[in-house]
Design a binder for this molecule. Sequence first.
Ligand SMILES: Cc1ncc(COP(=O)(O)O)c(C=O)c1O
Length: 396
Amino acid sequence: MEKFASAAELVAKLKPDRPVLASRPHAAGRAARWFLENFPGDVAYAYKANSSVFMIGALYGAGIRHFDVASVPELEDAHTIPGAHLHFMHPVKSRSSIRRAYHEYNIKSFSLDSEDELRKIVEETTGPNGLARDLVLFVRVAVPAINSRIPLERKFGVAGEKAADLLVKVRQVASELGLTFHVGSQTMTPDAYSHALTEVHNLIVRAGVVVDRIDVGGGFPSIYPDGSPAPLSAFIDVIKAGVEELPVRNDVRLMCEPGRALVAEAESVIVRVDARRDNGLYINDGGYGVLFDAAHLNWIYPAQLVSRDLQPGEQLAPFELWGPTCDSIDRMKGPFLLPSMIREGDYLEIGNVGAYGRAISGDFNGYGKYDEAILDDEPIMSMYGGATSGARTAEG
Ligand SMILES: Cc1ncc(COP(=O)(O)O)c(C=O)c1O
């Protein structure tokens, strides 16, 4: 894998014809170290966010050993990581995937949000010696999405009396009982976690069960040009305070499942402008590629020109981007602030695409093929300090 000092150096040397997925593993390592040092429990990386070898290698090198997986292909991949502890945290699993996870891959840790799922887990983990005695089962609780860019609460999660009944039933079969939730991805303020922990508190009281584990899920923010999330340390403080109040065992084991916060800023895509029409730039990656969220959720990524210096008097101007496919959905409205004299043949670095970008990209219209490179410099924006612009630290 070729290494470059910066996106500008890469473009000057290669003039790449295909878009380039440019990784900064040191940024993923820095994020992982921050979580490992500051979160008072297990840090389980949400494998779905980005499973490239550069990211997994960097996270592993920093000390990440727990992984949240959501499917058999993910666990087949992740179980090859030496010393990995895998948690199958998808609340709806096929019977065959439960069976394979438990019997073939020795996974004990599952989430669920219904009695039907509990029945499936119990039946599929029963072996010749009878019921499994080593299950760690997390009940996924529905919690309100507060200030999150991608709310997840409508699809999964159980609440109220149903949740209390389920907790009692799970307690009867689990060796360890946990509660989990997901406040929604890119949650900007920590009050989402305090509300969620209040829900958890009320449910535990209602069910009257002994609780061994609390998993606060993912949702921790990265940084993008159109918003200013609270510092990550504020999230940790709120979680610690909320957990302190819970009626759980003194030695309750905590876990979190960050995806975005660990990898978003550790990957950029370098694209070429193939045409300019007014303030629309036609580039060689788009909504069917790494920039899915920019097209479908109107996500605004930091972007910069990397192929030339600014012309005298050149100012920043708002642009929209069009992807390379023939589909008019392939439009990234932005606005992306870029130098006003951009023209065909210029290259842009679009930053902070490391979470879900590579993972979602497909090859519609024959696109979706990337060159790969490593960059040694800092991300355009960072939550952890060390950025070329928009730097903030996890402390604020
Ligand atoms: C169960 C679960 N855990 C963790 C994550 C990671 O979330 P984020 O990337 O917002 O941290 C997700 C994302 O969808 C998820 O579904």
